[in-house]
Design a binder for this molecule. Structure first.
Ligand code: CAA
Length: 280
C-alpha cells in the first residue's frame, strides 16, 4: 500500500514515522519547504537519541528514516492508495487540501483526515468520492501513542472503513469508533480539562502546582499544562474553539488566557515559551 501523509508538522511528521516504523514506505508532502527541513531535523534528533539510549541500532534508525521521502507538491500523491491529511486544524485549509487531492489522486485512493474534531462529512463534501473519505485521529506523539479514533462521515462506505481499520492495525494501533461530533471522544474530554487548567492559571494558580496535582493526584503522565505546551497552545485552542463552535454551548468557551498566549506567540514547546520556558 502506498501511503502519503500531507503536512510535515508535529502530527504529520509523527504519523509518517509511525508508518515508517511499521515498514511502510511513506511520502510526506508539505508545500512549505521550511516545514520539511524542520521535520527532517526533528526526526534526525529523535532517532539519534534512540540510538544513544540503545533503543535501536544506527542501521535500524537509518532504515526507518530512509523509508520517508519528502515532496513539496500534491502531484506526489498521484499514485497513493491511502492519503493521510495532517494540515492545520482550520476547516478552510482542510477543504482546500481535499479539493486538491481529489484532483490529483487516482479514483480508488482513500483520503483520510487527522482532524481532531472537524466534520468529516464537510471535508468529504468537497471531493469527488465522499464514500472514500473518513477520519483517522492520531494522538501526539503519533509514533508512541497507541490509540487512533476512527470516524465515519455520513457517506463513508464499509470497504473504506474496513481498509482503514486494517491499516491502523498494521501500524500497531488500537482503534475505537468515535461519533462524528466535535472533539470525537478523547479531545471532548481531555481538552476541556486542559482549558480548565488554563482558567486556574488565569485566576492565579501556579502552573507547577496545577501540573503536580494532576500528576500525583490523578496519575497523569504529564500535567494538563505541560501537555498543552507539548501539543502546542495554538492546536489546543483550535480544538477548544472547535468544541465551542460545534456544540454552541458555553461550557466549552476557550480560556481567554490561551487566546492571549497565542496572540503573543507563546505556543508552547515549539516556540520556546508556553506555560513554561524551554531551550529552543
Ligand atoms: N515524537 C516521537 N516520539 C517521541 C516524542 C515525540 N515528540 N516524545 C517522546 N517520544 C518517544 C521517545 O523517543 C521514547 O521512545 P523510546 O522508548 O523508543 O526511546 C518514548 O516516546 C518515551 O519518551 P521519553 O522516555 O523521553 O519520555 P517519557 O517516558 O516521559 O514519555 C510521553 C513521553 C510518551 C510523551 C509521555 O509523557 C506521555 O504519554 N505524555 C502524554 C501524551 C498525551 O497525553 N498525548 C495526547 C495528547 S492530545 C492529542 O494528541 C490530541 C490532539 O488532537 C492534539
Amino acid at each position: 500500500m502506498k501511503v502519503v501523509v500531507i503536512g510535515s508538522g508535529l502530527m504529520g511528521n509523527g504519523i509518517s514515522l509511525a508508518c515508517a516504523q511499521a515498514d511502510y514506505n511513506v511520502t510526506n508532502i508539505d508545500t512549505f519547504p521550511s516545514a520539511i527541513e524542520k521535520a527532517k531535523t526533528t526526526t534526525a534528533k529523535l532517532y539519534d537519541k534512540k540510538v544513544a539510549k540503545g533503543k535501536m541500532t544506527r542501521e535500524q534508525a537509518d532504515a526507518v528514516i530512509a523509508r520517508i521521502t519528502y515532496a513539496d507538491t500534491y502531484a506526489a500523491a498521484a499514485d497513493a492508495d491511502l492519503v493521510i491529511e495532517a494540515v492545520p486544524e482550520k476547516i478552510e485549509i482542510k477543504k482546500a487540501v481535499f479539493a486538491e487531492l481529489a484532483k490529483v489522486c487516482k479514483k480508488e485512493a482513500i483520503l483520510v483526515s487527522n482532524t481532531s474534531g472537524l466534520s468529516i462529512s464537510e471535508i468529504a463534501s468537497v471531493t469527488d468520492r465522499p464514500n472514500q473519505v473518513m477520519g483517522v485521529h492520531f494522538f501526539y506523539p503519533a509514533p508512541v501513542m497507541k490509540l487512533v479514533e476512527l470516524i465515519r462521515g455520513l457517506a463513508t462506505d464499509d470497504a473504506t472503513y474496513n481498509t482503514v481499520k486494517e491499516f491502523a492495525k498494521s501500524i500497531h494501533k488500537e482503534t475505537v469508533d468515535a461519533p462524528e461530533l466535535p472533539g470525537f471522544i478523547v479531545n471532548r474530554i481531555l481538552v476541556p480539562m486542559q482549558n480548565e487548567a488554563a482558567f486556574m492559571v488565569m485566576e492565579g494558580a501556579d502552573p507547577k502546582d496545577v501540573d503536580t496535582a494532576m500528576k500525583l493526584g490523578a496519575n497523569m503522565p504529564m500535567g494538563p499544562l505541560e501537555l498543552t505546551d507539548f501539543v502546542g497552545i495554538d492546536t489546543m485552542l483550535a480544538t477548544m474553539t472547535g468544541l465551542y463552535n460545534g456544540f454552541h454551548d458555553s461550557k466549552y468557551r476557550p480560556c481567554p488566557l490561551l487566546e492571549t498566549m497565542v496572540k503573543a506567540g507563546h505556543l508552547g514547546r515549539k516556540s520556546g515559551q508556553g506555560f513554561y520556558k524551554y531551550d529552543k
